[in-house]
Design a protein around this ligand. Structure first.
Ligand code: HEM
Length: 410
């Protein structure tokens, strides 16, 4: 008789996933979750998660956030355009098409380009901090952690500064498509999606005429050379905004909060900014998130794995958070230890063919933003009682309000 585990798709799990994941890893490392809303296998050991990340018989799939709700037919039809658009997000395309688009993007996301972006990221972060009044409680999410990654993506794409506010709005509206089904929200997400799609298509045409050093120009050139088509190029712009915004923003908020809770570490990093990279990696390892604890796959064929039969069409959750807390890989995993030598071996950016395209960029952004904050405001203060969270189903705990006071240095 297989062991029964508490429901993994609840607020209680989002609040504290580690004990359940640890029990799964120890007793049922490959486990069939017979859940009415998401029947799936969940895999929790580091080595197994790595192996399956590299298994080409497993295909990434997007979470269907309808959570068992079947929208009426006319609403489904209305919302077809956003499904068609997201259907071109390259991660979820067949492997040959995925590789072709990924190769184009990888030309841009190099260490050299990321290093060259550092001064601009620093400048954007500085300007955001300049706009925050000192000595007053401000929600750091609205003023710093959420706008920064959007502005960096817009910078990278080569979008005019005047248009960047629209990116922030589009990102927030499009992300509603991942909330449980509600026609009004999903329709608004679609309206934003279509606006951004039209805007990116227009910008791509412009960059084909007047190329620059930016990512839209790289995509425009790839369209000219017929490496990708126009629809794939515009879909990739929106996918990058989706993949790179909330993820980085949430980690930045978590990092600011964690450093506030640990004044000793904060003081150490203020004095030794070269240690911030290790802190970022350890936070990435520790959290494993940022949106869900796992990456989702679908079996393209029946697979035998560790004595289990994963049938064609079944869903597999590769649990990054559980893998990052596997004691066989990371000693004393529940301890937050920036000095552990192997913290960068976490799976928070995935592994294998779908390894995060923006991993270098995300780490650079987090490092720059934190080093600037600690340099300018090493004594920042958080109004602890007003910090609040959302515990969305299927997702990880998310800070919604981070009231922070920037105290000028004496
Ligand atoms: C802390 C921030 C970030 C985290 C934790 C993160 C995490 C991840 C993970 C786990 C995957 C693999 C998903 C899977 O295998 O199912 C992924 C893929 C991806 N990420 Fe990130 N990401 C971050 C930031 C970014 C940024 C800044 C960008 C770009 C602007 C980006 C672009 C992408 C893309 C395009 C993919 C798809 C890669 C592929 O399928 O080939 N990510 N990310």
């Amino acid at each position: 008789m297989p062991e029964k585990y508490p429901d993994l798709f609840t607020a209680a799990f989002a609040e504290n996933p580690l004990p359940i994941l640890q029990a799964l890893r120890a007793n049922n490392p490959v486990y069939w979750l017979d859940h009415p809303q998401l029947q799936s296998w969940i895999v929790t050991r580091y080595d197994d998660v790595c192996t399956l990340f590299k298994d080409a018989r497993l295909q990434p799939i997007l979470l269907n956030s309808n959570m068992g709700i079947q929208p009426p037919e006319h609403e489904r039809k209305e919302l077809q355009p956003i499904r068609d658009g997201m259907g071109l997000w390259f991660s979820y395309l067949p492997s040959e098409r995925h590789r072709r688009i990924q190769q184009v993007l990888r030309r841009y996301f190099t260490r050299k380009v990321v290093n060259a972006l550092k001064p601009r990221v620093m400048q954007i972060a500085n300007e955001l901090l300049d706009d925050i009044a000192e000595d007053q409680s401000q929600n750091m999410l609205d003023n710093f952690s959420y706008p920064l990654p959007v502005m960096v993506i817009a910078e990278m794409l080569g979008v005019p500064i005047s248009e960047r506010q629209r990116f922030t709005e589009w990102s927030a509206r499009i992300s509603q498509i991942f909330l449980p089904y509600d026609y009004v929200c999903h329709k608004d997400a679609q309206d934003a999606y279509l606006q951004m799609q039209a805007y990116c298509a227009e910008q791509l045409l412009f960059k084909q005429q007047e190329p620059g050093e930016d990512l839209l120009s790289v995509l425009g050139e790839a369209v000219d050379k017929k490496l990708i088509n126009m629809e794939e190029a515009t879909a990739s712009c929106i996918f990058l905004l989706f993949a790179g915004h909330q993820t980085t923003a949430r980690f930045l908020s978590d990092a600011i909060y964690r450093l506030w809770k640990d004044p000793e570490l904060r003081s150490k990093l203020s004095d030794q900014p070269d240690k911030i990279a290790d802190f970022v990696d350890e936070l990435l390892r520790f959290q494993g998130g940022p949106l869900a604890t796992w990456s989702m796959r679908q079996a393209k064929e029946t697979i035998e794995f560790k004595g289990h039969v994963i049938k064609k069409g079944q869903t597999v959750l590769l649990d990054r958070t559980a893998a990052n807390h596997d004691v066989e890989k990371f000693s004393c995993p529940a301890q937050f230890d920036t000095e552990r030598g192997n913290n960068h071996e976490h799976l928070t950016f995935g592994h294998g063919a779908h390894y995060c395209t923006g991993a270098l960029l995300a780490k650079m952004e987090l490092e720059q933003a934190l080093s600037l904050l600690l340099q300018r405001y090493p004594d920042y203060w958080i109004d602890e009682e007003k910090v609040n969270y959302a515990l969305p189903m299927l997702m990880v705990k998310k800070i919604c309000n981070l009231p922070l006071i920037l105290k000028p240095q004496k």
